[in-house]
Design a protein around this ligand. Structure first.
Ligand code: C2E
Ligand code: MG
Ligand code: MG
Length: 593
């Protein structure tokens, strides 16, 4: 029932109003002065107040002001009643914020109309506010839900690639493993393995260093797209940091199936990525371990696949490799080797051996390739194939490489001072050295200090070093050539081997990798490749050098196909400086029959 409070000092008027409203089914409260009126309004919270203006003690304006100050009563509809038909009274009342103003005498209909209008308006306002309140509450709730969702998403996703992160990977792994239990319970014929892969982009740090992090990030996103394209749906890809990803492939029944899948991902990633009119070559290496064969723990499995991945990278990258216990046996050893490597230079454990390069037209020694040797105090000779990748990885190759350059140039000068015939000196440069922005400056300084003729220096680089950032490589190669040094592409055919790429690099010598030279007189495939490489080198105006020539038959084939120079055990192994000097002194030549 609607309650109306009448505040009126004149008893007659109050009574008439009260009767009239009671008949209309209102619940009526009466107050004979302003103070009581305020009290009743506070205590009963009526739905509407009718209030006289002219009252002793607290007049109508005072009542209104008091009620508006109190939040409990501030919104109660308020109608002034006055005998004064004075415009000023009316103004004051309305300015104060009253809802309506009735001038006495008023008819019953006027009163009821005013009351009903006020009540309706108030009701609709109330409804409006309730709806608004509900909406605000709703909004707030959905905002909270959204925030919770967002938090959940961030918790489980990597924000650069939107891929699940390690935490999500863990949960997915647990789920797959639990399902696997069910599958093998049902079929239980053959054991099933979950391949856990660790994928790392080879030499990705260079992309960030040379092209900036923004391009690096874009490369990562594009790589993710490519991995997704070829991975198949049920497999799971997660980013576990930097350029490292974990993949859970579909359960398999045998190792080669998973190895094949990993290899196809590697293959899919190999073509260059186009970014802002430039091509970036980003190859990847993948290591694979198997649940539950290698371990039941995800952490251990990831560690194992990471080890396998490192091994793949040490062997040149761009390949997939499965974990085997043999790898983990090698690993503490590797750590020890890495520690020893840090001291090898200051302990003078390095030496250079020199392998002759022979001109096939004359049979004369025309050059030497300086090859690094490490005489470890307890292990004896450690192969560069083993320690150079470690030195590459930890960066010590830069300092070691400088020592190699300096020692090789000094040695060459020493031979000349001994009166021996001048020959070229080939030195291998590592990717890390090539990437150094001060490479040319330091080389110039070194050659200047030694007074070494740059034309006698040949720098050997592999394709993989060059193709990562072709524009940068072309610039550095041009600078190196401007110094007067010549450039050889080493191990050609084992890396990216793109002719399109090759043409843009200014170099002078193409070294055909040993694997194509080996048995080329018997192996038609190798013969065809070697032949094509020699032709291509000549068309590009390059000198063709065959590496690893071991037999007379190989030599015969290479001569017949106009290879320019050879290097290999057939003529000589890499030799200590004194033995090499002896060869030069004797003017040992390759027998050309
Ligand atoms: P590489 O530059 O391709 O060097 C040629 C490798 O083939 C040398 O192995 C050499 O001993 C070997 N070799 C030469 N003739 C024959 C042959 O007829 N048959 C066979 N089977 N092998 C032959 P080495 O000395 O073990 O060096 C391995 C690799 O280590 C080098 O390959 C090069 O990539 C790297 N390396 C060596 N010295 C340095 C260096 O000073 N700096 C850098 N960055 N890398 C180096
Ligand atoms: Mg070489
Ligand atoms: Mg080589």
């Amino acid at each position: 029932m609607t309650t109306i409070l009448i505040i009126e000092d004149e008893g007659d008027v109050r009574e008439i109003l009260s009767d009239l409203l009671s008949v209309e089914n209102f619940n009526v409260l009466e107050a004979e002065n302003g103070s009581i009126g305020c009290q009743l309004a506070r205590d009963f919270q009526p739905d509407l107040i009718l209030c006289d203006i002219m009252m002793p003690e607290l007049d109508g304006y005072g009542v209104f002001a008091t009620l508006r100050d109190n939040p409990e009563t501030a919104t109660i509809p308020f109608i002034f009643l006055s005998a004064k038909a004075d415009r000023i009274d009316f103004r004051i009342g309305m300015d104060l914020g009253a809802d309506d103003y009735l001038t006495k005498p008023f008819t019953r209909d006027e009163l009821l109309a005013a009351i009903s209008t006020r009540l309706k308006k108030h009701l609709s306002l109330q409804q409006h506010y309730t709806v608004q309140l509900q909406q605000t509450e709703q909004n707030y709730k959905s905002q909270l839900q959204q925030a919770a969702k967002q938090r959940q998403y961030l918790l489980y996703h990597d924000n650069l690639t939107d891929l699940p992160n390690q935490l999500a990977l863990r949960e997915k792994f647990d789920r797959i493993v639990a399902n696997l239990g069910k599958i093998s319970d049902r079929t239980s014929k053959k054991p099933v393995f979950v391949p856990v892969c660790y994928l790392d982009l080879d030499r990705f740090a260079r992309v960030n260093e040379e092209l900036g992090y923004e391009v690096g990030d874009r490369c990562l996103r594009m790589t993710v797209d490519r991995i997704r394209e070829c991975m198949g749906n049920p497999a799971i890809l997660a980013r576990i940091g930097g350029d490292e990803f974990a993949l859970l492939l579909e359960p398999v029944e045998s190792k080669p199936i998973a190895e094949q899948r990993a290899a196809s991902i590697v293959e899919h990633l190999a073509p260059p990525i186009s970014i802002d009119d430039r091509e970036v070559v980003l190859t990847a290496s993948i290591g694979v371990s198997f649940y539950p064969r290698d371990s039941r723990q995800l952490d251990t499995l990831l560690n194992q696949s990471k080890q396998a991945m490192r091994q793949a990278q040490q062997q040149g990258g761009n390949q997939a490799k499965c974990y085997s216990v043999a790898l983990s046996v090698g690993s503490p050893d590797r750590l020890a080797l890495e520690t020893d490597l840090r001291y090898a230079l200051e302990r003078a454990e390095f030496a250079l051996h020199y392998q002759p390069q022979v001109d096939l037209a004359t049979g004369e020694i025309v050059g030497a390739e300086a090859l690094l040797r490490w005489h470890h105090p307890t292990r004896g000779a450690v192969s560069p194939a083993r320690f150079v990748p470690i030195a590459e990885e930890n960066g010590s190759i830069v300092e070691i490489g400088e020592w190699v350059l300096k020692t090789a140039c000094q040695q060459n000068l020493e031979w000349q001072q001994m009166g021996l015939r001048p020959i070229g000196m080939a030195v291998n440069l590592s990717g890390r050295q090539f990437d150094r922005p001060d490479l040319c400056r330091r080389l110039k300084q070194l050659l200047g200090a030694l007074d070494f003729a740059p034309r006698d220096l040949e720098l050997e680089l592999t394709e993989t070093i060059l193709v990562c950032n072709p524009e940068f490589s072309v610039r550095v190669l041009q600078e190196l050539r401007a110094l007067g040094a010549s450039i050889a592409i080493d191990d050609f055919g084992t890396g990216y081997s793109s002719l399109g790429y090759l043409q843009q690099f200014p170099f002078d010598v193409l070294k055909i990798d040993r694997c194509f030279v080996c048995g080329l007189d018997r192996n038609p495939k190798n013969a065809a490749i070697a032949n094509a490489l020699i032709d291509m080198a000549h068309q590009m105006g390059l000198t063709a050098v065959a590496e690893g020539v071991e037999t007379a038959e190989e030599l015969a084939f290479l001569r017949q196909h106009h290879c320019d120079r050879i290097q290999g055990y057939l003529f000589s192994r890499p030799l200590p400086a004194s033995e090499f000097a002896a060869l030069l002194k004797q003017d040992r030549r390759l027998e050309l029959r």
